[in-house]
Design a binder for this molecule. Structure first.
Ligand SMILES: O=C1O[C@H](COP(=O)(O)O)[C@@H](O)[C@H](O)[C@H]1O
Length: 244
């Protein structure tokens, strides 16, 4: 695990954008494409806007990048809560990414069916090859969830490499999420979290004994890939007292 702490959120985002560029170049050189799973939530929008800015236009072979979503809200693609809509506006449309490079969850379906279909779409995309994303981007909720692996939900114990629906009783909503085994097959996984509001969750995930029921982000431990955290000082501020 590589822990990267930056003085500001801008610096953390910039470093993660540069990591994206480096991984994309390696993947395209090795396999002719770069397959990434995007995250939703409050953190990634600024990363996507930066990647879509002119400074990055020439740095990535965008026509060789394929986009999936590590999790999705069970809402229409037109909803302000949709991870797809956020990525479309901040990243995909500004870069002119073609529709055949983007794999969105079909939220018109019932959640279980949407999850099953998305799992099949991933299997079909990788074909004979193992479903190994070149990069899975992740955020961290202040309750230590990541993707839509929420505390005390059955999906935390799901050993299948796939996609599942998750019922969140407190919010009375469904979400769709990659399972932890699918995330952990990735070649690289990067967490992005910034702001003091994330400090406690970061310290719980990285600095306390394993308790995946309470801190689901602790499930993220790639089998043979790399995991890197991109934090600002505020998000990292409680790590020292945990001895990290
Ligand atoms: O990985 C992810 O993390 C976030 C945490 O979101 P935040 O809004 O609390 O920063 C999660 O909800 C999101 O959907 C996911 O992709």
């Amino acid at each position: 695990m590589k822990l990267n702490v930056f003085p500001t959120s801008d610096a953390a985002i910039q470093a993660l954008a540069d990591y994206f560029v480096a991984l994309a170049a390696q993947a395209v050189a090795a396999r002719g494409r770069f397959v990434v799973a995007l995250s939703g939530g409050s953190s990634p929008k600024r990363l996507y806007e930066l990647l879509a800015s002119p400074a990055y236009h020439e740095q990535v072979s965008w026509e060789q990048v394929y986009f999936f979503f590590g999790d999705e809200r069970n809402v229409p693609h037109t909803s302000p809560d949709s991870n797809y809509l956020m990525a479309k506006k901040a990243l995909l449309d500004p870069l002119g990414i073609r529709p055949n490079q983007v794999f969105a969850v079909d939220t018109e379906e019932e959640p279980a069916e949407a999850a099953a279909q998305y799992g099949v779409a991933i299997e079909e995309f990788f074909g004979e090859r193992k479903a190994r994303f070149d990069l899975v981007l992740l955020g961290l909720g202040d309750n230590a969830h990541t993707a839509s692996l929420f505390p005390h939900t059955p999906v935390l114990h799901d050993k299948t490499v796939g996609v599942k629906e998750v019922w969140l009783p407190e919010q009375q909503v469904y979400r769709i999420t990659f399972t932890a085994p699918l995330i952990n097959q990735a070649r690289a996984i990067a967490f992005l979290a910034f702001g003091a509001g994330k400090a406690e969750a970061v310290a719980q995930v990285l600095g306390t004994e394993q308790n995946i029921e309470q801190y689901p982000a602790q499930l993220i431990a790639p089998t043979s890939g790399d995991v890197a955290w991109y934090l600002d000082e505020a998000a990292a501020s409680e790590l020292e007292q945990k001895g990290v």
